[in-house]
Design a protein around this ligand. Structure first.
Ligand SMILES: [Zn+2]
Length: 196
């Protein structure tokens, strides 16, 4: 259970986040790209926080005065920022490339999480697949964040194949909630994504 003090019941609701954040800066926040997408509340919550730069990545911890070398837990090459981790890291790019291959589209990622979500309309995706398309960035963000935390806390090894599987599995699990006649297996789901 996530407690959220902005609502009377203290239970988390995406709508309550909407009011808290949206009031500050309505034009620049991709609210409909998060709150209108059918994914689990914990995923929406994470993406709201990430979009507002409130996820505690190493660069933010450094800004709070902690001195240490900032290295991304996934690639060990670049510094960890939220935009690097969720968009530009070479390991994360594997998931974005997989996504574009599954949908059969060409796409250029924008520089920030916020810009990416604002541009994520999917007007070229068929009506049947549009809800899934809209859920995809959120599922990538969530998959990468979970993998990153596992590497941080468990001293685990990043396996790209496992990362790809977790992403497709996460997307399939979320899609079950809203696809009519949803594909019963991951393989049939992958075929469904590639259909028109
Ligand atoms: Zn990286």
């Amino acid at each position: 259970m996530v407690f959220w003090t902005e609502t009377k019941s203290e239970k988390f609701s995406v709508k309550s986040l909407y009011y808290v954040y949206e009031l500050d800066n309505p034009s620049l926040f991709p609210s409909s790209c998060i709150s209108n997408v059918w994914v689990k509340p914990k995923i929406s919550f994470f993406v709201w926080e990430a979009t507002w730069g409130k996820i505690l990545t190493l660069d933010l911890i450094q800004k709070r005065g902690w001195a240490f070398a900032n290295r991304c837990f996934l690639c060990y090459e670049k510094e960890e920022t939220i935009d690097h981790l969720l968009l530009h890291c070479t390991k994360t790019r594997v998931l974005w490339d997989l996504l574009f291959t599954l949908f059969g589209v060409s796409w250029v990622l924008l520089s920030s999480v916020r810009e990416t979500l604002l541009s994520w309309h999917g007007s070229f995706v068929s009506k049947k697949r549009k809800k899934v398309w809209r859920a995809t960035p959120l599922c990538i963000f969530w998959t990468v964040w979970k993998a990153r935390n596992k590497l941080t806390f468990n001293d685990d090894v990043l396996l790209i194949q496992r990362l790809k599987y977790f992403f497709v599995f996460s997307l399939w699990s979320e899609a079950k909630l809203f696809i009519v006649d949803y594909p019963l297996t991951i393989v049939s789901f992958i075929n469904w994504l590639g259909s028109s």
